[in-house]
Ligand binder design. Sequence first.
Ligand code: AMP
Length: 261
Amino acid sequence: LTTALVPTMGAFHRGHLSLMKWARDNSRRVIVSLFVNPTQFGPGEDLAAYPRAFERDARLAEEHGADALFAPRPEDMYSEDHATWVEVPKLTRALCARSRPGHFRGVATIVTKLLILACPNIAVFGEKDWQQLAVIRRLVVDLNLPVKIVGRPTVREDDGLAMSSRNAYLSEDERKQAPNIYAGLRELNKWRKAGEKSAQTLVQRLEEHYRRTMPSGEIDYIQIVHPRTLEPLSTVVGPALAAAAVRFGKARLIDNLLLEA
Ligand code: AMP
C-alpha cells in the first residue's frame, strides 16, 4: 500500500493539480497538505497577503483524488518554544537563498515535519521550485527519511508563464510581460546550443533580453548552476540549469530551464 504526500501552500492552480493527479495515478492513498508556512516567509515578504482560498482548495483537492487534506493552523505546527531547525547550507547559498535568507530553513523544517507526520512512501514536488526540490532530495538522504521524492515538470500558461499562486498579484501589463521570463530562458538555451559556453556571457545576454522585454520587471537574479549541487558554473559544458527570479511590484516570480547537454 503506497501513500503519496503532496505538500502545498494552497491557492491551487493547474500546477498543484498535476501533482495531485500524478500522486493519484501512482499510489493507493493521496494526502494533500495545505499550510502557508510562516517560517519560510521573510520579514518584508507576503505572508499576510498570500492568497488563501480554503473552501475552493478543499473542493479541488477532493475532485483531483485527494483522500485526505491536512490543513493545520500555524500553532498546530509550531509551539511557542519551537527550537529545532533543518538546514542544508550547501544548497542554500546560491539562487533564491540570496534574497530570501532563512527561506529554505523554513521549507526544510516544515517538509521534514510533514514527512514525519504523514509517513508517506512518496512525496511529490514541482520542478518550478528547483532549489526547493534539490534541498528536499538532499535532506531525506541525509536524515535517512524513508520516502521517495518525485519531481514533476512545471505546468505553464499557454504563453509559457509558469503557473504560480503569485501570478495573481500581477497587473494586466505586468502579466503581458511576465512570459518573457521563460521565453528568455529558452533563448539562452539557444545561444548555448549555438556554441556560447561562457556562463557570464549567457547571463549578460539574458539580462539585456529581460530589460528589453520586461521594462516593469526588476531582475533579482539570473544564474547558471549545476542542476544537483546548485554550484554556480563558469563554463557551460555538462549538465546545467538556468534559473531566474524577476520582481514585478510585490510579485517575485521564479522559473528555470534545464539546458540540454
Ligand atoms: P506552493 O503551493 O507554491 O508551495 O507549491 C506546492 C507544490 O506545487 C510545490 O512542490 C511546487 O513546486 C509545486 N508547483 C508550484 N507551481 C507549479 C507549477 N507551475 N507546475 C508544477 N508544480 C508546481
